[in-house]
Each structure stands twice: as structure tokens, then as C-alpha cells.
Design a protein around this ligand. Structure first.
Ligand SMILES: [Mn+2]
Length: 314
């Protein structure tokens, strides 16, 4: 981390970029790191191809996020497995990658990869504490906290103490957890609930009550005027049914495929292994993939793999 800090610090124009359709961790990683670098006197640019989702517009620096890739002498790829996920052509300048997934591309000897980190922002926090703790003001701490809070499902998805230690540290740097929770969880657009009410009608529990799934169809979005942002977190509903150990959300995507979110609970299978069968990936308890086909075909294919996993046939 010290060597990476020296390496990053030796550049004049640093571009920080994350994946398309950014989540809280992508937004938090890009802005936490950019705000720190600016404070250290480095010219730094936050970049997200699809911009900042409305729900995160309160994060300091959100209005400075670029949706095109500027010239830089160093590019830092955060919370993404490979450059392709940014939606931009790869630049000629060096790339370093900071991520909490071990799989994916390696770009340099300065990459920081830590699978134990509960969020990419948790890894970035460790890095910035090594670099210069004084530089972690509230404009740095708040985005990092947003990534930590959202990527852990409000601290529901992780075991151990690390997420809480990070949270304690960030709150000590001026983050107000009540205020952040209010902005993220109590400012939902009504379209989200209209979309949810349609999607909940598709909720099915199968495999002796162990598997639940929910479908978000194209016509649901059209009927209530909702966008993809509005279905964020829907997989929690099938997952929260009593007795269910593995859940999925199957969602229509305007690019012509089905976007699948998979979640597991105690006693459930490794959903990353299931997602990998369809070219996706993730963690044991949380993973995702994309499938082409009709709704029936896609659900049948996924349930077949889930059944195998439940029977220990993987
Ligand atoms: Mn993440």
C-alpha cells in the first residue's frame, strides 16, 4: 500500500473510474478516492460512464463526475474486475486496479486486491489510512461510508468485525449514519414501489420452499414509468421468505438480456459457482449473471443449476 501510494502520488493527472451502472460502492470508491487525491494537491477526475444515480447525488463531489474519459497520466480502476466494465476504450496510460474481488484482470504491480474487504471503499480506506490519515476529512469519509453501507446490505451481508471497525472510523471522521440512511433508504421515488408491487406478483417459492424468485418484466417498467435504478435491492424480497436459502431476481434489461441477481443464506449453496456457469460471478452469498432467452427458458436453466447445487452435484 505504501508503494502504491508513492506510485499514485508521483502522477499529476489521475483519473478514477468504475463500472457502468454504478452502485453505491462504485460511486463511493470513485468519489472517496478523488476527493482525497484533490486534497493531496493532485489533479484528479472522477468518471462514471452512466453518471451518478439520483439516490447518491448527495455524495460530496457527485456533481463533478464526468461521463466521458479525460486524458490522464494514470487511470485507477475501482470496484471492477476489468477495464471493459467501465464502458470506455482502454487508454494508453498505465492502469492500476483497486478491488475486493480477486478474480479479474491484473494491471500492474501496484494493484490492490483484497477479498476480505467488505467493500471496495473499505480497501480504499485502508489504503488512504496508510497514505495520510490527516487527508481523510468528511468529504472523503462520507463516500467511503456510502460504499461500505450499501455493499454490505446495511451491514447484513458480512461476518466479522471489519465492516464495523471501518464504520466506526468513518463516523469518527464526521459521517452522520442516521442522515446517510435517511438519504439512501427514506427518499425512494414512488415508481420504485409501483414497480415492486408488480414484481411481487411474480414471486414464487419452489424446491420444497428452499428457493424463491421474482421477475421484473419489461412491461412492468413501462407500465409505471420506472427505470433500472428502481429495481435495486428487489432480490431481498424473495431472499427474506422464511425457509428460503437461495433467491434470485430475474430482470429484463433494455440491452436484450435478462439480468440475474442471486443470493444465498446460511445452509444455501455458493451462488458465485452458479453464476459462473452462466458467465457471471460474485461471492458465495451474492452473485450475478446475464442470460439470453425467453423468461421461461432462463428461469428453467437457472433453477436446474440451483437444484444441482442444492443436491451437492456441483
Ligand atoms: Mn463492491
Amino acid at each position: 500500500m505504501k508503494r502504491t501510494a508513492e506510485f499514485v502520488g508521483s502522477h499529476d493527472r489521475v483519473v478514477v473510474v468504475s463500472h457502468i451502472r454504478p452502485d453505491g460502492d462504485a460511486v463511493g470508491s470513485v468519489l472517496g478516492l478523488t476527493n482525497f487525491l484533490k486534497g493531496a494537491g493532485i489533479e484528479a477526475y472522477p468518471v462514471l460512464k452512466h453518471g451518478v444515480p439520483t439516490v447518491f447525488s448527495f455524495v460530496p463531489g457527485a456533481d463533478e463526475v464526468l461521463t466521458t474519459l479525460p486524458e490522464g497520466d494514470l487511470y485507477i480502476l475501482v470496484d471492477a474486475s476489468d477495464w471493459e466494465r467501465t464502458g470506455f476504450p482502454k487508454p494508453d496510460a498505465p492502469v492500476v486496479r483497486f478491488d475486493h474481488h480477486l478474480t479479474g484482470e491484473r494491471y500492474s504491480q501496484y494493484d490492490l486486491l483484497d477479498e476480505e474487504a467488505p467493500s471496495a471503499t473499505s480497501l480504499i480506506l485502508r489504503f488512504l489510512r496508510e497514505w495520510n490519515e490527516e487527508g481523510i476529512d468528511v468529504d472523503v469519509a462520507l463516500p467511503l461510508y456510502v460504499g461500505l453501507l450499501t455493499d454490505t446490505g446495511s451491514f447484513k451481508n458480512r461476518e466479522g468485525t471489519r465492516a464495523f471497525e471501518d464504520a466506526l472510523y468513518l463516523v469518527g471522521r464526521g459521517v452522520n449514519p442516521r442522515k446517510v440512511a435517511e438519504l439512501i433508504f427514506r427518499e425512494k421515488p414512488i415508481e420504485m414501489y409501483r414497480l415492486l408491487s408488480l414484481a411481487l406478483k411474480t414471486l414464487r417459492v419452489v424446491e420444497d420452499g428452499k428457493v424463491a424468485y421474482m421477475v421484473v418484466r419489461r412491461e412492468f417498467f413501462e407500465e409505471v414509468g420506472a427505470t433500472r435504478e428502481h429495481s435495486e435491492g428487489f432480490v431481498e424480497y424473495p431472499l427474506s421468505v422464511r425457509g428460503v436459502v437461495v433467491a434470485m431476481k430475474v430482470e429484463w434489461d433494455p440491452d436484450g438480456y435478462w439480468k440475474v441477481g442471486l443470493r444465498s443464506k446460511d445452509g444455501g449453496p455458493n451462488v458465485a459457482a452458479i453464476a459462473e456457469k452462466f458467465g457471471g460471478g460474485g461471492h458465495y452469498f451474492s452473485a450475478g449473471c446475464r442470460l439470453f432467452g425467453t423468461e421461461e427458458e432462463v428461469i428453467a436453466a437457472l433453477l436446474a443449476e440451483i437444484r444441482k447445487a442444492l443436491n451437492g452435484e456441483v
